[in-house]
Ligand binder design. Structure first.
Ligand SMILES: NC(=O)c1ccc[n+]([C@@H]2O[C@H](COP(=O)([O-])OP(=O)(O)OC[C@H]3O[C@@H](n4cnc5c(N)ncnc54)[C@H](O)[C@@H]3O)[C@@H](O)[C@H]2O)c1
Length: 304
């Protein structure tokens, strides 16, 4: 298939690209390299350096005649979405809408979207949250993700464009950017290796559902030829607190670093964990990497 991967020079998108290539697909990457890196783009793959909001995206679609759009490009910083919700909406809503309109004009058959579990469900009523859990985003970032899900529903119902929203848990693994606000695993790896303090916000008892990036990429491969037209959680259903993540990394690398805490970040979600049984039922997907091994692999990547 001819597939356009937006954000393919970034963390998750680049792993998706690797897997699509391995499966024999013809991949083009659209990325403005704002957080992505050229070195994440495999040799021989076309990288179009452009903003997803730009009107020339239409020309790329006209030339490319893509079968599938896999949309990972985004403003991913939740705190930035709070401080600048207009920029966030411009990239995450209007940019996505630009791609959907191009997809419609140029005969794309399927639209795959990187959505979020944690940021959509908000403080959960029950654990782990399935796809039927009430949607209560507590950030502009989460609102944008859900808005795009609604747009995809509309494009499917009214125009017949197939779609899937992968609602990711907290994705971690090699190539994650350690210099942003997101991605505690990458940040801890970077700090521990360079001998700086890996500071834990608050008491560190806030929990997340950590899913390995290759498991996430595999979900993208599995939905290429399935008609889902809906949302599917991609997580592990296992809650792990930040203290435990710190300790596993600290021990795996023999760093002997002290546990350092800073005041809690205001408004930080306390618990987040999602149920993956729908992905298993519809796709046969399940998470394969356990946290200890995944963290070790990630640490090794950053030590290289
Ligand atoms: N990392 C997670 O835990 C997580 C969880 C849920 C959802 N997601 C979603 O997965 C996707 C990928 O996230 P990531 O963690 O790999 O982040 P990332 O920052 O590594 O990847 C985003 C990519 O998009 C590109 N990009 C950003 N704005 C762009 C624009 N306007 N035009 C073109 N390209 C642009 C960046 O250069 C980068 O390569 C995002 O949509 C994110 O919201 C991530």
């Amino acid at each position: 298939m001819k597939i356009l991967v937006t954000g393919g020079a970034g963390f998750i998108g680049s792993h998706v690209v690797d897997l699509f290539l391995k499966d024999g697909h013809n991949v083009t990457i659209l990325d403005n390299l704002s957080t992505g890196k050229r070195e994440n783009v495999p040799k021989g793959v076309r990288l179009v350096e452009m903003d997803i909001c730009h009107r020339d995206v239409d020309r790329l679609f006209a030339e490319g005649q893509f079968d599938v759009v896999n949309h990972h490009a985004a403003q991913i910083d939740v705190r930035k979405s709070v401080s600048d919700p207009i920029f966030d909406a411009r990239v995450n809503i209007l940019g996505s809408l630009n791609l959907l309109e191009c997809a419609l004009r140029h005969g794309v058959k399927k639209f795959q979207f990187a959505s979020t579990g944690g940021a959509l469900y908000g403080e959960q009523d029950y654990f782990p949250a399935d796809e039927e859990h009430p949607i209560r985003p507590l950030s502009p970032y989460g609102i944008c993700k859900f808005t795009v899900e609604r747009y995809m529903f509309y494009y499917q119902q009214v125009h017949g464009l197939e779609y899937v929203a992968h609602r990711y848990a907290n994705v971690y693994g090699p190539r994650q950017n350690p210099h942003g606000e997101a991605g505690v695993v990458a940040i801890f790896c970077d700090r521990l290796i360079s001998g700086r303090e890996a500071v834990i916000n608050g008491d560190g008892k806030q929990t997340r559902d950590y899913v390995y990036v290759e498991d996430v990429a595999r979900a993208n491969l599995l939905t290429l030829d399935k008609s889902l037209n809906g949302a599917v959680n991609i997580g592990t259903s296992i809650e792990t607190d930040v203290n435990a993540v710190f300790q596993i990394l600290n021990q795996a690398g023999n760093f002997g670093a002290p546990e350092v805490h800073a005041p809690a970040k205001k408004g930080e979600q306390m618990r987040s964990v999602i149920n993956w049984s729908k992905a298993h039922e519809l796709l046969g997907w399940k998470p394969q990497m356990n946290l200890d091994d995944g963290l070790k692999r990630t640490l090794e990547f950053f030590q290289r």
